[in-house]
Design a protein around this ligand. Structure first.
Ligand SMILES: Cc1ncc(COP(=O)(O)O)c(C=O)c1O
Length: 415
């Protein structure tokens, strides 16, 4: 048995890895996880799934030692290919951009670009309060005021464009709208917001971290021709975040930021030289993994993945609606369901489901708890067992009262 310089034997090292996988709940993940990616396609619904997964892992492994400087030629080609393909599907004629570590970095780079273009040192950014917390984070980081526009009374997932316009200040440098909000799954009225941005000469960034890699395919597959236009077809849109490590099914970290044109990328590079990214050295493994998924799945593959995810979401929603006291929050256009109740305190239900092994996110809006489920192809065959457990666990819920409404919710990720 080999002993390494640290004194560990190979066996001890492998046991440690096994233990860490269990701590990370990897063994349970394939069947019980209802959360965002990464879920390399591996399901009977996609006959090519296993082979695609192996090839993506192989691409990742072959570029595992790659960096984006001296040996970055391949990475530059791969990321250009992903951006140009997806940018085209999102309606840009001359898309440019780069791959990032995920939605947070993409949103940061977009707003840094807006700041660079504005020539201001400080300023403000306007966004609806359904925006992801990374928007608050970037405002704090870049010394920008976050002007958060509340949802219309009683319609948490909706956005009133007039309220967005009214919130604009003389020092506003950008508006951010979301296509595929966490956790409503809704799409903001981006056509209307685009007109407002154009009228005020403002940068408009769309956070499509969640929706970016599913909305174009739901539209093209005919699943939902009524999805409001949210991408570069809206003339006011400057940039879009779209995460490959969510609905793009790629291994993390893999996000993307796409600009409408070269001039915007040039501004990004001015503020974040030399590439426009926050980081300097980037690992090429994730870029290669993401590129592999895009090259192997293409439009037809992503349509199949999207339809599979939505079939499960629809089955889940129908089952939840049949359980007395439970509701699906309205507004979702993607594979995201927010389960809540207006009569029951579902905190004991959520805890019981987690005790039974189900992995999902939760949030305290609507109070006291909303359970957020993101069905993806690996969840095939798991909706009915989940619904059976949910029906059981609803029995533990207490009637909703003032105390439960003011109490804190369950933890977001169950740890
Ligand atoms: C809408 C939205 N934007 C941004 C992010 C941040 O993405 P990441 O965690 O990859 O940085 C998320 C993550 O869930 C998201 O849902």
């Amino acid at each position: 048995m080999t002993t390494y310089p640290s004194g560990l034997t190979r066996r001890e090292f492998e046991q440690e890895l096994d233990r860490l996988e269990v701590v990370s709940r990897f063994p349970e993940m394939p069947s019980n996880l209802f959360d965002e990616g990464p879920h390399l396609v591996d399901t009977p619904l996609t006959p090519w799934g296993d082979e695609v997964r192996e090839l993506a892992v192989d691409a990742y492994r072959r570029f595992i030692h790659g960096e984006t400087w001296i040996t970055g030629g391949g990475a530059r080609e791969m990321e250009a290919e992903v951006i140009s393909w997806m940018g085209g599907l999102m309606g840009a004629e001359t898309p440019t951009g780069f791959l990032t570590a995920g939605g947070s970095e993409s949103n940061m780079c977009a707003i840094l670009t807006a700041k660079q273009l504005s020539g201001r040192r400080g300023g403000s950014v306007v966004f609806p309060d359904n925006g992801h917390y990374s928007l608050h984070k970037l405002c704090r980081m870049f010394d920008l005021d976050a002007i958060v526009v509340p949802a219309p009374e009683g319609r948490l997932h909706e956005v009133d464009p007039a309220a967005i316009e009214a919130a604009i200040r003389p020092d506003t440098i950008a508006i951010i709208a979301t296509a595929g909000t966490w956790a409503f799954g809704s799409v903001d009225p981006i056509a209307e917001i685009g007109e407002i941005a154009e009228r005020h000469g403002l940068y408009l960034h769309v956070d499509g971290a969640f929706g970016g890699y599913i909305l174009p395919f739901l539209e093209r597959s005919g699943y939902d021709p009524t999805i409001p236009v949210w991408d570069f077809r809206v003339p006011g849109v400057h940039s879009i975040s779209a995460d490959l490590h969510k609905n793009g099914m790629a291994p993390p970290p893999a996000g993307s930021l796409t600009f409408r044109d070269e001039a915007l990328l040039a501004a990004a590079k001015e503020i974040c030289p030399p590439n426009g990214t926050m980081s300097g050295t980037r690992g090429v493994g994730p870029i290669a993994g993401a590129w592999a998924m895009v090259r192997l799945l293409g439009q037809a593959g992503y349509e199949a993945v999207s339809l599979a995810s939505m079939a499960m979401r629809d089955e889940l929603n129908a089952g939840v609606e049949r359980i007395e006291g439970l509701e699906i929050h309205p507004g979702s256009r993607i594979n995201m369901s927010l389960i809540h109740s207006t009569t029951l305190d579902l905190r004991p239900t959520a805890e019981e489901l987690r005790r039974r092994g189900w992995m999902f996110a939760a949030r305290s809006v609507p109070a006291p708890v909303g359970m957020v489920l993101v069905p993806m192809p690996h969840n095939v065959g798991r909706i009915a067992p989940f619904l059976a457990d949910l029906e059981d666990a609803v029995g533990l819920a207490r009637p909703l009262d003032a105390e439960s409404l003011s109490a804190s919710g369950v933890s977001s990720y169950g740890f």
